[in-house]
Design a protein around this ligand. Sequence first.
Ligand code: ZN
Length: 278
Amino acid sequence: MKPSLVLRPADRGGRLALLPLLICGAVWCGACASGGGVNQGDVNLISLEEEWQLGQRLEADLAKQLNLSRDSVVNAYVNKLGQRVVGQTELSGMPWKFHVVNDPQVNAFNIPGGHVYVNTGLITAADSVSELAGVMSHEIAHGTARHGTEQLTRVYGLNFLAGVLLGNDPGTYERILAQVAGGGAVAHYARGAEREADQLGVRYMYDADYDPRGMAEMFQELLRRQQRQPSSVERFFSSHPLTENRIRDVEAEIAKLPAKGNLIRTDREYQAVRSRVR
Ligand code: ZN
């Protein structure tokens, strides 16, 4: 059964009362725009509670459309890594879930409501835990900065609340679901969102004791693959613009961090996980 998406009347009244402010182009800095204080202040009309409800519904529908891995060892490892990174974020108090998709494409994606999907192709392509953690931290950062629901707000505005969250417009929900299932992301992120996810991701990795250089190394690998075998990274590049400049920015971000001993690059468990997904 699909979880119902019910908006409390108080929420609706509160949000609708803000409409004139939006129309007037007033500067938006209300509590509902925040992702724990980490985003750039973009408008987000969707509350955390609503976002998590939407995530539950998408998760249930994606489970029917994606080929999810049932390998308990691989799932447990990816979940442990993800939860360790999430523990360093502004949304550590929310329930997050990590899913492994049997798909040779090198990709991972985040959808609203704290869900991160990791393709087996990414696990195969990542030589070390820190490289896998790099892409996962970047995806987690899209989630903590709430880039998905920001983008949905931008595209659908208040119609999103009435149409999708209240279930009055099943067509819009189906379109969003089809986009996620087909393209592996709820949104095509702008450069600013990518930069923000990189910066936050580097910080989360460092705080979780993963070597943040893994992020830059994995991005280099993705660029190499784009030259060699573009179809293997097509989905990642379609939702995440990636350039040499971006990688240089990630390296500059890492260089600002104080030296820290014993940052994790890889472990024996990871190599066992990789051999299971090959
Ligand atoms: Zn991204």
